[in-house]
Write a protein that binds this ligand. Sequence first.
Ligand SMILES: [Zn+2]
Length: 78
Amino acid sequence: MKAIVIPEPGRVEVKEFPMVQRREGEAVLKLLYGGVCGSDLGTYRGMNVYAKYPCIIGHEFAARWSGRGKMIMESGKA
Ligand SMILES: [Zn+2]
């Protein structure tokens, strides 16, 4: 699978990573879309005090269940 990586402030790379093995109780999702927003831009610019480099950016995903593993939806939890 591919991920957008910021190895250090001001640099962006697309890197290939091995698929992780599904563990008991987990489902496998196929990522359809991922968002890169202003907080990621702060990481790119070196302004995110919580970022530890290298880091993978992107969040706010839309995905489809691959059919592997149980899909459990919980709501009402923050
Ligand atoms: Zn965001």
